[in-house]
Design a protein around this ligand. Structure first.
Ligand SMILES: Cc1ncc(COP(=O)(O)O)c(C=O)c1O
Length: 392
């Protein structure tokens, strides 16, 4: 068979490889502490599950409109008005099977050989993978530990060239937990007025998982860029619905029809009962979300204390999401070496920073979507591993 050469440029998400290896080890009888995978360890709240069951019983079995059922798009518009203070036309919302799909479609719309797309590094690995798949040049926006992994607006603006078509931003961020301060977003938006042809994709999938009372600042709140902003959000992380496969994009008027056409060419529509469940998620009681975020916050404090107590480790306090991005350079070990050694010898799954970009060497990502007991046991095992192997 002769395959398209573009396939050789497609990357992957190492978190899934580490998960597969961890599951295989567990099935072979090993005790595994999984701090690798980025999904809430809570079940989907029962009112949401019941809404899906009801929808199936009521006969919602067929195709839906490709952009999603109107009651769901209206519910998303109300939620956006409540949480982001912005009025959105439900016709500008496209419901898709997961947050990833909005990102995939946005990058496909702008990417081709000869153009540049900027993306956060370290960042969610799929950005770079799909940018390169399209043949576009992937231009990293370096995120630094000293700034709590928030980008510098000046640095972003200084890297825009006549070939730049799209800038991808993500706050709160995977893998760092970094939250970009409002002042930096203000500066970025002000500077972007000089580049009216550059579009933006704001990945706000962790918008509800922020700590210390910091409000989430959405790029949707900036009227100056509304006509070129694609907003990505969804249900996966907020409502512990990663396996349901549902998310949404808010598209500027010029792009909505393209997004819907891509949906028709790709998946037709999102599973009908899941769409009804997603309405219940947005409009039903929110106490499960609050409990989940409070529990993540408790774990965040525990894992930070323990990580900073490990020899050769240091870690800045993440402001959102459920990841800690620990600097491991003091151990003298390479990130992949530590990732593989911890899994094979101690049964601790964590992800090497290099899975998230060129600037990820010297870091290990820990997901604290795991119980406090698991986190404590994991940190004990890491200490044992370091006693045997650290070269720092
Ligand atoms: C930054 C970021 N964006 C998007 C996604 C994709 O979410 P979904 O599972 O809804 O496709 C993830 C999932 O890990 C993520 O971390």
């Amino acid at each position: 068979m002769k395959l398209a050469s573009s396939l050789s440029r497609l990357g992957t998400e190492t978190a899934f490889d580490v998960l597969a290896r961890a599951v295989a080890l567990e099935q072979a009888g090993r005790s595994i502490i999984n701090l690798g995978i980025g999904q809430p360890d809570f079940p989907t709240p029962s009112n949401i599950v019941e809404a899906a069951v009801r929808a199936l019983r009521e006969g919602h079995h067929g195709y839906t409109p490709a952009n999603g059922i109107l009651p769901l798009r209206e519910a998303v518009a109300r939620d956006v008005a409540r949480r982001r203070g912005v009025e959105i036309d439900p016709d500008h919302i496209v419901i898709v099977p997961g947050g990833k799909v909005t990102m995939f479609f946005a990058i496909l719309m702008f990417g081709e050989p000869g153009v540049e797309i900027m993306y956060p590094d370290p960042g969610f690995p799929i950005y770079r993978s799909v940018i390169e798949y399209t043949g576009a040049a992937a231009v990293p926006i370096a995120l630094h530990e000293e700034r709590g992994f928030a980008f510098s607006a000046d640095e972003v603006l200084s890297r825009i060239t006549p070939r730049t078509r799209l800038i991808i931003l993500n706050s709160p961020a995977n893998p760092t937990g970094g939250v970009v301060p409002k002042a930096e977003l203000d500066r970025l938006v002000a500077g972007l007025e000089r580049f009216p042809e550059v579009a933006l994709l704001s990945d706000e999938i962790y918008s509800r998982i922020v700590y210390d009372g910091t409000p989430h600042v959405s790029l949707l709140g900036y009227p100056a860029i509304r006509d070129r902003l694609i907003l990505l959000d969804g249900w996966s992380k907020t409502y512990a619905m990663t396996g349901w496969r549902i998310g949404y994009g808010i598209w500027p008027p010029a792009l909505v029809a393209h997004a819907v056409r891509l949906a028709i060419n790709c998946h037709s529509c999102v599973h009908a009962a899941t769409q009804w469940a997603a309405i219940e998620a947005l409009e039903g009681p929110q106490d499960a979300v609050e409990r989940m975020v409070a529990e993540f916050d408790r774990r965040r404090r525990v894992i930070l204390r323990l990580l900073n107590g490990l020899p050769g480790f240091r870690c800045v306090m993440p402001g959102g999401a459920f990841y800690a991005f620990a600097n491991i350079s003091g151990t003298g070990l390479k990130a992949v070496e530590l990732q593989d050694g911890l899994l094979e010898e101690e049964g601790v799954a964590a992800i090497a920073g290099t899975s998230f970009g060129r600037f990820g060497e010297g870091y290990l990502r820990f997901s604290y979507a795991a119980s406090i007991e698991a986190i404590e046991e994991g940190m004990d095992r890491i200490r044992r591993y370091l006693e045997r192997h650290a070269r720092g």
